[in-house]
Each structure stands twice: as structure tokens, then as C-alpha cells.
Design a protein around this ligand. Structure first.
Ligand code: NAD
Length: 471
């Protein structure tokens, strides 16, 4: 039955959890222990700016410490509140478990509109917020490791890492206190693109199973599929770009804050991004049609809808009008619980957030491991691999008396660098997690959607950790 009331974000996540828990037989009390958020720290701090003291409110919620460190991004937005960070922290627990990243779940947020402040002011505010969290071990390489989220990126992560280093000058692992850093501050190749790249790998995993695609009334590959994207930020941009450039998908509409644009022949995503940076708007791009009520375009006819902005985009008000047969949740919580029930009733297939956008945390895990290892992935073996392949090619050529093509030789002997290894690890992770969800989706009685399957896989893994720990 569809509830007629729109629940809050936290409640929506809990309702999805409870829908899944009905399929499991957990020891008494464990369901509650897994579901609740362990702690939420709220801090109010003052920063002297523009001749007066400005007070900011920030949060760091820890949902589950069954594994440490706990992991989750820091969001800068005026919509940030305790309920939101708790919901996002819970999703992090389920996401990490699903993609077998050995972290508990956390999330942070600062109630701020970053566009209101100059770069130097934002640095000041970020360092002050980081200080408040660091001194309570709410940023710490072995306990609590943030990452970028809405409104933050590499720049903020570099400030946070530097702030931690200043306060912990002898900690040799200091750089592992935060992920999503720029390469020159201990970051990893492929982290910026990772969440969007993960969306691409998730969709490829889905279309690798014609029976799954058929459930959405789709067939073939991603080639030629019509895609609508909401939010052309870090995640939405990279997802759209890779799907367009590498899989032949056609991005027919993009929805942004100020409206949406539609072009059935396809929007050039790189050019559109440049247009947005230059003009501050999607309006006036190429031959596209501008729609001022952008949210209406969520209901546009297409094959795949990618909500990549914020939570609650598809809700009780508009769920019935959604036409896309396949929705992949690039954002966290873009479909509310009642909307999810409506969409399922209407036969839509939803690839859930906990799986779909797990590329970010997966590559963050690689970055954290790199920081602890103090060496770039591939540095030791790359040239050694190349010389082994060259040896083989030389032997083949001299035995068969025929030269292989330069193109083949170049491709074959190319030793994997960090970026190739990161993409390979991410692809493997996304394929593996899809199969684990799919086994439950198709193999368990009465489980008829990927979200419930994802929750079941995650909850089982978290429960096993708690039970092994002797709780
Ligand atoms: P971002 O700030 O880079 O991008 C968000 C985009 O959405 C911006 O372009 C913004 O203008 C747009 N937007 C905001 N409100 C909108 C509205 N009402 N309608 C249309 N567009 C709107 O943020 P991001 O990092 O891309 O994150 C997007 C979503 O993905 C969030 O839900 C986030 O939690 C989730 N996510 C991000 C990462 C990551 O690695 N950055 C990882 C996992 C999940």
C-alpha cells in the first residue's frame, strides 16, 4: 500500500530498510541496532568574516561503526540538517557493505551556500569546521574519513587534509584522513570521475543481462538509448559524458537548478558544461528547447532517467507521471519511499542509490589504501609488465617471421598505470555488487526489486560483522 504522506529523508531510508528486513530472520534487537544512527555531532562555530563574526552550523553523523574507519562525504548546502546527514550516513553503511568496502557509514554537512563566499573565506570556514571535527576524532585516518559531496570537491578536501596535518605533524598516515584530494595532495587518479564512472559501469552491468533489461521493456545495449539527466554536477556530468562518448547513449535532456533543456538529437555534454560555466545557466545552449520549470522534464519520455542532484526529486507528487522505464539513482535518495512504491507498481525498474553511486566510495577506498601504502598504484610493476609483453611479441615475430601491427603491439604491451588500475578495480566492484543484488532479486521468494535486494545483501553483511564481534 502506498502511504499518502511524504516521509522525511531519514524516515524514507528507514522504511526501505524495514521493507527488506521482513525477508530476514535476525536475532532479536539486531535489526534495531543496525538501523539506528549511532551518534550525531552538531557544532556551531564562529568565523570572523567581513568585519563581523558569522556563526555556522555543521554536523557529522556516524551511522554504524561495525567497521572502522567510518566513511562518508561532507556536503555544503543550505538544506543540510541533522535528519539529512543521518539519512545519508545510513545509506553509506548499506553502500559500503554492498560493494564490500571495509568501512562503517558516516556523513557530514555544513549549513552554508558556498556561492555566498569568496574562495579565501571558504577556506577559512572549511579549516575552522575541520578543526572542530579533528579535535574530536571525527576526522581521523583510522576512525573517520570524509570525502566530497554536494557543494564540496578536491579543493575543500585539500584544505581539510592540510588542516589535519598541521594538527598532527607526526602522523605518517595523515593524508589518509580524507579522500577525494587533488593528486598533488595525496589523491588518486580517477577519483573525480569515479561516481559518474560507476553509474556507467552499473548500467553496463544491467544491460549485460537481457532478461533484466526486458523487465524494463528495453533491449540491446546502451547504444542509442535516450537519457535524461537531472543535475550536471560532478556525478551527473561524468555519467552523461561517459555514456555519450563511450556507449553511444543520447542525452536528450538535462535538468539544472534554473530550468531544463531538451534536444532529441542529443546534447553535447562537454560543450554544455562549458556553456554552463560561461553563462551560469543551461538556457540558450545550441538548438535545445528551454523549459523554465525544470522539474517537469523528469517526466519527459526517455529510456533512462538519471536523477543526479538531490534527494526527494521523485516524490509522491510526480512519481505517477514518470515515463522512463529505467531509473538509476545517481544522487542519494532521489526517490522517496512512497514514490518508490508508485514506480514499482507502474512497472519501473530502479537501480538503487546504494549500488548506483557507490563508485565514489569505492575509489575513495583505493585512495585511502594508497595513502596508507605511500606509493602510487602500478609504480612497481608497470614497466616490468611491459617488458614481459615485449619479450613475448619479439618471440612470436621471430618464430612466425611476420611483424605484428604497431597498433596491436602498442595496445598489448601497454602496462597499466594508476588510472587503468583504478578503473579496473571499480569495474570489478560494480560487476560483483550487481551480481550479488541480482542473485537475491531473482533468487529469493517475494523480492521483486533491486532496492530490496540491495538492502538484503547489505544488512546480512552488517549483521554478520556485528555477530562476529560478539554483540
Ligand atoms: P554537485 O554539487 O557537484 O552537483 C549537483 C548538481 O545538481 C549541480 O550542478 C546543481 O546545480 C544541480 N542541482 C541542484 N539542485 C537542483 C535542482 N533542484 N534541479 C536540478 N539540478 C539541481 O554534487 P555531486 O557531488 O554531483 O552530488 C550529486 C548527488 O550525488 C548527491 O545526492 C550526492 O550525495 C551524490 N553522490 C555524490 C558523490 C560524489 O563522489 N561526489 C558520491 C556518491 C553520491
Amino acid at each position: 500500500m502506498t502511504s499518502q504522506r511524504e516521509p522525511g529523508f531519514r524516515e524514507s531510508v528507514d522504511l526501505m530498510f524495514q521493507r527488506a528486513i521482513r525477508h530476514l530472520d535476525l536475532p532479536p534487537g539486531l535489526e534495531h541496532k543496525i538501523r539506528i544512527c549511532n551518534s550525531t555531532y552538531a557544532v556551531r562555530f564562529g568565523v570572523r568574516l567581513r568585519g563581523k563574526i558569522e556563526t555556522f552550523t555543521g554536523y557529522r553523523a556516524i551511522h554504524s561503526e561495525h567497521l572502522e574507519p567510518v566513511k562518508g562525504g561532507i556536503r555544503y548546502s543550505t538544506a543540510v540538517n541533522a535528519n539529512e546527514v543521518e539519512a545519508l550516513a545510513a545509506l553509506m553503511t548499506y553502500k559500503c557493505a554492498l560493494v564490500e568496502v571495509p568501512f562503517g557509514g558516516a556523513k557530514g554537512g555544513l549549513h552554508i551556500d558556498p556561492r555566498d563566499w569568496e574562495t579565501s573565506e571558504l577556506e577559512h570556514i572549511t579549516r575552522r569546521f575541520a578543526y572542530e571535527l579533528i579535535k574530536r576524532d571525527l576526522i581521523n585516518p583510522s576512525q573517520n574519513v570524509p570525502a566530497p559531496d554536494v557543494g564540496t570537491g578536491e579543493r575543500e578536501m585539500a584544505w581539510i587534509a592540510d588542516q589535519y596535518q598541521r594538527l598532527n605533524t607526526t602522523d605518517i598516515n595523515a593524508r589518509a584522513c580524507v579522500t577525494g584530494k587533488p593528486l598533488n595532495s595525496g589523491g588518486i587518479a580517477g577519483r573525480v570521475e569515479a561516481t559518474g564512472r560507476g553509474i556507467q559501469y552499473a548500467l553496463r552491468s544491467f544491460f549485460r543481462h537481457p532478461e533484466d533489461a526486458a523487465l524494463a521493456g528495453l533491449d540491446g545495449t546502451l547504444d542509442g538509448k535516450r537519457v535524461v539527466v537531472q543535475g550536471l554536477g560532478n556525478v551527473g556530468f561524468h555519467a552523461a559524458k561517459f555514456l555519450q562518448e563511450e556507449d553511444g547513449a543520447v542525452i536528450t535532456a538535462v535538468i539544472e537548478r534554473d530550468g531544463a533543456i531538451i534536444d532529441e538529437n542529443g546534447l553535447e555534454i562537454e560543450d554544455l558544461r562549458r556553456h554552463i560555466v560561461e553563462t551560469g545557466s543551461v538556457r540558450g545552449f545550441g538548438n535545445s528547447t528551454f523549459v523554465s520549470d525544470g522539474a517537469e522534464v523528469l517526466a519527459h519520455d526517455c529510456d533512462i532517467l538519471i536523477p543526479a542532484a538531490l534527494e526527494g526529486a521523485i516524490n509522491i507528487e510526480n512519481a505517477d507521471r514518470i515515463r522512463a522505464p529505467l531509473i538509476i539513482e545517481a544522487a542519494n535518495g532521489p526517490v522517496t519511499f512512497p514514490a518508490d512504491e508508485i514506480l514499482r507498481r507502474n512497472g519501473k525498474i530502479i537501480v538503487p542509490d546504494a549500488y548506483a553511486n557507490a563508485g565514489g566510495v569505492t575509489v575513495s577506498y583505493f585512495e585511502w589504501v594508497k595513502n596508507l601504502g605511500h606509493i602510487r598504484f602500478g609504480r612497481l610493476q608497470r614497466r616490468q609488465e611491459e617488458s614481459r609483453y615485449e619479450l613475448l611479441i619479439n618471440e612470436l615475430e621471430s618464430n612466425f617471421g611476420r611483424e605484428l601491427s604497431d597498433e596491436f603491439k602498442q595496445k598489448y604491451t601497454y602496462g597499466a598505470g594508476e588510472l587503468e588500475l583504478v578503473r579496473s578495480g571499480l569495474d570489478d566492484t560494480m560487476r560483483g555488487a550487481y551480481e550479488s543484488m541480482r542473485d537475491v532479486w531473482h533468487g529469493w521468494n517475494d523480492v521483486d526489486d533491486l532496492r530490496t535486494a540491495a538492502y538484503i545483501v547489505s544488512i546480512q553483511r552488517v549483521a554478520a560483522s556485528y555477530e562476529a564481534a560478539g554483540l
